[in-house]
Design a protein around this ligand. Structure first.
Ligand code: NDP
Length: 241
């Protein structure tokens, strides 16, 4: 790929799971990557692995839960790193509790990170994509957006909202050469299942792997400009676990 054709991507939640696998898949495809999450240490390890295959990978520590500052921070990253061709809004949190047991503070945490931070990241990148008349935005939602499960109410609502955000944005930005994809994976074997806000005991051996999801994200990102995947549901062949 010539220098002129070199693509740049910004991936949120790139320190672990789906985001980390996406970073490595993008690197292998020759895409330069800006890696965003809270943990510099973990991001630095991912960047080192990416640079090993010959791309530029830079690390940016951002707490996406501090939604007021996110748009500005993402804009500054793009300014420093270079124009972003592909934005992967992947960072998110799992959360389990029946709705009747969900405190307002927890509800707001889930909505802030899983939807509002995506809105803010997108708004940090969108003006430059519009100015260039091109761009791909890929939002990692979940099968929980389509099929709400008991005990996953706040999470399902956040991911259903993310689908609505993706669909609206896709229609609004089509005329500006920007395409938007929502990916809805079923269960993926990542650290999300070990986090303190998730209490679930599924058989992880039947889950998708982060690398499988990353291949779908890469596929959506590399489609020719005249094609777009609006929505992609990717399930373990064993079904909902
Ligand atoms: P992981 O827990 O492995 O990764 C989550 C990522 O998000 C980490 O890189 C983490 O980085 C980052 N992150 C979390 N909170 C913040 C924050 N406040 N600011 C910045 N970054 C943050 O989970 P997955 O890879 O499984 O999840 C990725 C996405 O996939 C999520 O949106 C999730 O909802 C979705 N998903 C997951 C499924 C699954 O079964 N695992 C199924 C369907 C969708 P750090 O800690 O360094 O900040």
């Amino acid at each position: 790929m010539s220098v002129e054709q070199k693509r740049r991507a910004l991936i949120t939640g790139a320190s672990s799971g789906i985001g980390k696998a996406t970073a490595l898949a993008f690197a292998k495809a020759g895409i330069d990557i800006a890696l965003v999450s809270r943990s510099v240490e973990k991001l630095t390890a991912v960047a080192a692995a990416a640079e090993h295959v010959g791309v530029t990978a830079k690390v940016y520590a951002v707490d996406l839960a501090c939604v007021d500052r996110v748009q500005e921070q993402i804009q500054a990253i793009a300014h420093e790193f270079g124009d972003i061709d592909i934005l992967v809004n992947n960072a998110g949190m799992g959360y389990t509790a029946n709705l009747s047991d969900t405190p307002l503070h927890d509800w707001q945490r889930v909505i802030d990170l899983n939807i509002t931070s995506v809105f803010q990241c997108t708004m940090g990148i969108l003006p430059a994509m519009r100015a260039r008349g091109t761009g791909t935005i890929i939002n990692v939602a979940s099968i929980a957006a389509k099929q709400p499960f008991p005990g996953w109410g706040a999470y399902s609502v956040s991911k259903a909202g993310l689908i609505a955000l993706s669909q609206t944005l896709a229609q609004e930005e089509r005329a500006h050469g920007i395409r938007v994809t929502a990916i809805c994976p079923g269960a993926v074997n990542t650290e999300l299942w070990d986090t303190e806000t998730v209490n679930a005991d599924f058989n992880r051996s039947n889950m998708l792997t982060p690398a499988i999801v990353a291949q779908s994200i890469l596929h959506a990102a590399l489609l020719p400009p005249q094609a777009a995947i609006d929505e992609l549901i990717l399930m373990p062949s064993a079904g909902v676990l």
